[in-house]
Design a protein around this ligand. Structure first.
Ligand code: C5P
Length: 210
């Protein structure tokens, strides 16, 4: 199958030298790309800035901002049969990016942020994607409730949720433990394992759904 995978954080510029971002390492998305390639699938990996090597055999599209990731997904999703949105996209960007480095003048500095487009949320409604749609959710509370809400709202077939309040898994760790929520109401846990093992398990389940 042809996979499109988003991975890593996005970077939202404040001025020419500063940005807003998050702690996503890209490891989960890259592990998914490797697992899919290893099982004979084609992969387009749309990646925010990360410090890990590109998986052998993937077509990698590098982006920085959420808007750039949105544009790259809009351009490529039509070719995909499976789309996995693993990226930790910044929800907001700075409303007016300063052309010059901001000087430290006052005691406080206020930045106005505006909402970024929801890329996963646009897959069905804006891009008209009809393939298998898999979303991720990083939650710190009410995992099941937030995950199932997201699954339905964004039109996913499968939502992969992890509890980011735990320091032993998820963000920037080599291991993960995830809860899977399916569109048909099924629920399953993939017990703590390396991100590569979790990725293998996810790709297998995607194949079963496909
Ligand atoms: O709503 P929330 O950001 O928690 O949803 C997480 C899911 O949505 C992830 O799959 C993430 O990759 C995707 N997402 C996106 N574009 C955004 C925000 C989140 O694709 N702007």
């Amino acid at each position: 199958m042809r996979f499109l995978i988003t991975a890593g954080p996005t970077r939202e510029p404040i001025d020419p030298v500063r940005y807003l971002s998050n702690r996503s390492s890209g490891k989960m998305g890259y592990a998914l790309a490797e697992a899919a390639l290893g099982r004979g699938h084609e992969v387009v990996l749309i990646s925010g800035p990360v410090n890990i090597p590109a998986p052998d055999g993937a077509t990698v599209v590098r982006v920085e901002t959420a808007q750039e990731m949105y544009d790259a997904v809009a351009e490529r999703i039509g070719e995909a049969e499976v789309a996995i949105f693993c990226a930790a996209v910044a929800d907001y960007r700075v409303a007016e990016v300063a052309g010059e480095k901001i000087k430290k003048t006052g005691e406080t500095l206020t930045l106005t942020l505006i909402k970024n487009p929801d890329i996963l949320g646009s897959a069905r409604s804006v891009f008209g994607f009809t393939g298998l749609l898999i979303g991720f959710a990083a939650e710190t509370e009410k995992l099941a409730e937030h995950a199932t809400g997201k699954l339905l709202r964004k039109g996913c077939d499968l939502l992969v949720a992890n509890d980011v309040s735990r320091s032993d898994i998820a963000f920037d760790r080599d291991e993960n433990e995830v809860e899977l929520f399916y569109r048909d109401g099924r629920h399953e846990t993939l017990a703590r394992a390396s991100k590569r093992e979790i990725a293998e398990g996810l790709v297998e389940r995607v194949e079963e759904l496909g």
